[in-house]
Design a protein around this ligand. Structure first.
Ligand code: SF4
Ligand code: SF4
Length: 282
């Protein structure tokens, strides 16, 4: 049976907030019962691109992580309050607006913080994946339609077909996947992995020059893991390293110069090493 799946690509999202605004446009002032009551004008965000920074100056990087209901198949929210949720056969999870009235406990039932409390209507609400539109034949929800970079997309297919697609495109769940979310992320390393960055230089007479094309080898316990080259500024960046993954050795080489090594222990953050300078071989 075909069901809905969403893909979010962190390499494409630029944090323009069009998705959030399209969601507001669809749901503020509009009552789409029995799917959902209207959304609050200002407080609630059923989808929100959340800014995430990595690195230390001068090597920093920002990405935006669109956060929304993950449409979990094994949903913690529904376990807390089974009567208030409706899992449709097409995979979409809805909150029953009548049962969500006055039930403030629902707000904390989602580990992703996707359920919001509408003070004006005294009820819990969340993203419906625009089920009222999909049921009319729309091919995608308003947020997806409004995304200018196609960072959001939906796929309506058999789960097995989507699993193949997810493996091929390396789609990952936002957390450990134990809730079986129907929203998967592409290029999630921008959110949950670290990089090691730095610069390399050498002395040429009175001038310090960028060590363009110097080679950098990353290893751990004597096992080579990655090999990259410095760019035209003599800078390097080795990405997709797991957080808290231990101590790495970096070896820097450049023809005609003495090799250099250093060690880095990865924690939660992406470290940036000070510029290192090659010495000429005598
Ligand atoms: S993301 Fe939260 S609200 Fe959405 S289905 Fe999962 S647990 Fe429920
Ligand atoms: S509309 Fe697309 S690019 Fe803009 S913030 Fe939303 S997901 Fe990102």
């Amino acid at each position: 049976m075909k069901r809905w799946h969403m893909i979010v690509d962190l390499a494409k999202c630029v944090g323009c907030f069009n998705c959030l605004m399209a969601c507001k446009d669809e749901h503020v002032g509009n009552q789409w019962l029995p799917y959902t009551d209207e959304q609050q004008r200002h407080e609630d965000k059923w989808i929100e691109p959340v800014r995430h920074e990595r690195g230390v100056a001068p090597y920093t990087e920002v990405c935006f992580v669109p956060m929304t209901c993950q449409q979990c198949d094994d949903a913690p929210c529904a376990k807390v309050c089974p009567d208030a949720f409706v899992k449709r056969s097409d995979g979409i999870m809805l909150i029953d607006p009548a049962r969500a009235k006055g039930n403030k406990a629902l707000k904390d039932a989602c580990p992703y913080g996707a359920i919001q409390w509408n003070e004006e209507l005294n009820c819990a609400q969340k993203c419906t994946m625009c089920a009222h539109l999909l049921d009319q034949g729309w091919k995608e929800p308003r947020c997806v339609q409004a995304c200018p970079l196609r960072a959001l997309s939906v796929v309506y297919c058999e789960d097995a077909e989507f699993d193949r697609m997810a493996a091929k495109q390396r789609l990952k769940p936002l957390t450990d996947g134990s809730n079986h979310p129907r929203v998967l992320y592409k290029n999630l390393y921008k959110y949950n992995k670290c990089f090691i960055a730095g610069g390399l230089a050498y002395q040429d007479g009175d001038i310090e020059k960028a060590a363009v094309d110097a080679k950098i080898k990353l290893s751990m316990n004597g096992v080579l893991l990655k090999e990259v080259y410095a760019d035209f500024l003599g800078e390097y960046k080795i990405d997709r390293l797991p957080k808290n993954s231990g101590t790495y050795t970096l070896e820097f080489t450049m023809d005609g110069y003495k090799p250099m090594t250093t060690e880095v222990t990865l924690g939660e953050e992406s470290p940036c090493l000070p510029c290192m300078k090659f010495e000429k071989l005598s």
